[in-house]
Design a protein around this ligand. Structure first.
Ligand SMILES: C[S@@+](CC[C@H](N)C(=O)[O-])C[C@H]1O[C@@H](n2cnc3c(N)ncnc32)[C@H](O)[C@@H]1O
Length: 284
């Protein structure tokens, strides 16, 4: 997932974070796999599901299919711009939109009654929230005893596995960490995916189970996958480039820049895999 930023970029609507376009491309590129993950959640018709930090509403729509006409999805986010995007995206499917209630709220001050939902879902938002353990505690508080908290996350070090030259990959990763450390006082948040079990345990959840989901794409990429991976590579170049020796910086720039002649996405033999985890725990 792209790192948090409060700024809009040219390709985004006003008010949306700079990563929003890449995030939306991710939803389009991997929709079959993401829907499969949502389908794997133990949700029954008529239940109430909370989508915690819902962003553009992609998951809220998929969750709305699962709860059926008698169920309800509460899609909560702090950002009015993102809630507006969710409203517009859901409007294309009025039968699903009717099951979704959009709520503006800070994750730390949820207006929901304790124990009022059957399952809380949260996708790729732990980087954005101030404290992952506290965030999971909030999710658990909203969930009824015996209900589930399910979190979809990744670890930036292993999230997108490109076929880098083996002799350069460690240097690229080290430089990326240096970039995160330069821009955030909590660089470890970008690697929270490797600590999900501990975070769930510290938040007090029981019977926590972790599953890995890997999404692979090969050349030729479709437009959405190309847009997502191009955004990912641009972010990596901008973040890591400054922290590399000149030869490695030149190599990274060539491989991440469209039109360079070495751009990875133009490799006819490209194969790239995204690694994700879903942690599910029970509210005691
Ligand atoms: C990386 S996005 C992920 C959005 C969505 N879950 C998805 O997967 O597309 C992180 C989300 O967290 C929201 N967010 C950030 N800080 C928040 C807070 N304090 N309370 C509630 N939502 C917050 C952002 O507005 C954004 O929608």
């Amino acid at each position: 997932m792209p790192p948090e930023s409060s700024e809009s970029s040219e390709s985004n609507e006003p008010g949306l974070p700079a990563y929003a376009a890449t995030m939306a491309a991710y939803h389009r590129a991997f929709e079959p796999e993401l829907v499969e993950i949502v389908e794997s959640l133990p949700i029954r018709r008529g239940q109430t599901v909370l989508d915690f930090a819902c962003g553009d509403g992609a998951y809220a729509g998929w969750l709305a299919r699962r709860v059926g006409a008698s169920g309800r999805v509460i899609a909560m986010d702090l950002s009015p711009a993102y809630l507006g995007a969710a409203r517009r995206n859901l409007a294309a499917r009025p039968e699903l939109a009717a099951r979704v209630r959009l709520v503006r709220a800070d994750a730390g001050r949820s207006p929901l009654r304790d124990g009022s939902v059957d399952l809380t879902w949260c996708a790729q938002s732990l980087y954005s929230l101030p404290d992952p353990v506290e965030a999971i505690r909030r999710m658990a508080a909203a969930t009824r005893p015996g209900g589930l908290v399910a979190v979809f996350e990744n670890d930036e070090m292993h999230h997108v596995l490109f076929p880098w030259p083996a002799e350069a990959e460690l240097a690229f990763r080290r430089a990326e960490l240096a970039g995160f450390s330069a821009e955030s006082d909590r660089p470890w948040k970008f690697y929270v995916g490797r600590r999900l079990l501990r975070v769930f345990r510290e938040a007090g959840l029981a019977d926590v189970a972790l599953r890995c989901f890997a999404f692979t794409r090969q050349a030729p990429l479709d437009a959405a996958a190309r847009e997502f991976f191009a955004g990912f590579l641009e972010n990596l170049r901008d973040r890591a480039g400054l922290f590399l020796e000149p030869d490695l910086r030149t190599l990274l720039e060539g491989m991440t820049t469209p039109g360079s002649g070495r751009f990875l996405l133009d490799d006819p033999d490209l194969c790239v895999t995204c690694v994700n985890h879903v942690a599910v725990g029970v509210r005691p």
